[in-house]
Design a protein around this ligand. Structure first.
Ligand SMILES: NC(=O)c1ccc[n+]([C@@H]2O[C@H](COP(=O)([O-])OP(=O)(O)OC[C@H]3O[C@@H](n4cnc5c(N)ncnc54)[C@H](O)[C@@H]3O)[C@@H](O)[C@H]2O)c1
Length: 263
């Protein structure tokens, strides 16, 4: 059974490609209007046009660097003024750096933490404030964490830490935002078949002294289902969690990793 997003305004960050794009498409497929956010203008505009043509709902494309609090504030104010109150926030944007902790620079730490974790605190705060201000009593936040938050990954340390932060932020917001009628959840995907994961396999294999093929085989051999996840599978789960039927699920992370991790 599908979800019903008709009459709901959704934000999806990191929506130019990969899981964020799949998530925006899923909201649109279920009748929602979607504000697609990304830092990559060219790819974002192409994806937005594609989704608008396919589903016939209202699609808006906003270029925002979500690691900047000021940029997020300006963005949310503009959306509220020009489009309306946002009902659903899907935090999908994320980056990584293929380095061991011993080699990581402060700037790399700040960048990954800023994009992956601080942006979610910031956008969630702005989201809750605009709902409160308009007297709406229902909203949904769903964020993409990672299995790396639960198992940790070598040469992917600051990413793993940022994602563990999302799990904790989800718990805290789940508790604090319940009084505003906002459910807050996160998904922890395993290896998802996107351009990002292929780039990561390439870069991290070098750091780990392996060929990309050896490295990919080593990582994915532990997946009980014997395959990678597709972006649409993650998007489906996110659409369920933020779709209204799952409003009593809050403060938790749901793993979607084909049995690679059982937590
Ligand atoms: N692919 C996987 O195997 C996998 C597994 C677990 C979790 N995830 C998470 O899922 C999410 C999406 O991953 P993906 O594989 O689709 O990656 P992707 O690289 O294909 O997409 C990420 C998008 O985020 C955008 N982005 C990056 N920095 C931004 C910024 N500062 N402001 C706005 N947008 C920005 C990028 O331009 C890109 O379009 C990420 O949070 C990632 O950590 C991915």
């Amino acid at each position: 059974m599908g979800e019903n997003y008709k009459g709901r305004l959704c934000i999806a960050t990191g929506a130019a490609r990969g899981i964020g794009k799949a998530c925006a498409a899923k909201f649109a497929e279920y009748g929602g209007d979607v504000v697609m956010v990304d830092i990559n203008k060219k790819v974002l505009e192409k994806s937005a046009a594609e989704i608008a043509a396919k589903y016939g709902v209202k699609i808006y494309a906003y270029v925002v660097d979500i690691s900047s609090f000021e940029a997020c504030e300006q963005f949310m104010a503009e959306v509220n003024a020009k489009i309306g109150t946002v009902d659903v926030l899907a935090n999908c944007a994320g980056i990584t750096v293929a380095k061991h902790m011993i080699d990581l620079t402060p700037a790399e730490w700040e960048r990954v933490m800023g994009v992956n974790l601080r942006s979610i605190w910031c956008l969630s705060q702005l989201f809750a404030k605009q709902l409160k201000a308009t007297g709406k009593t229902k909203g949904n936040i769903v964020s993409i964490s990672s299995q790396a938050s639960k198992i940790g990954e070598s040469a992917n340390g600051v990413y793993s830490i940022s994602k563990a932060g999302i799990n904790s932020l989800t718990q805290v917001l789940g508790l604090e935002y319940a009084e505003y009628g906002i459910s807050v959840s996160a998904v922890c995907p395993g290896y998802v078949n996107t351009e990002m994961v292929q780039e990561v396999f390439q870069k991290r294999s070098i750091v780990e002294g392996k060929t990309p093929e050896e490295y990919e085989k080593e990582l994915t051999s532990g997946v009980a289902m014997g395959r990678m996840c597709e972006p649409e599978e993650v998007a489906d789960l996110m659409a369920f969690l933020a779709g209204g039927r799952a409003d009593y699920i809050t403060g938790v992370t749901v793993t979607i990793a084909g049995g690679k991790t059982l937590i």
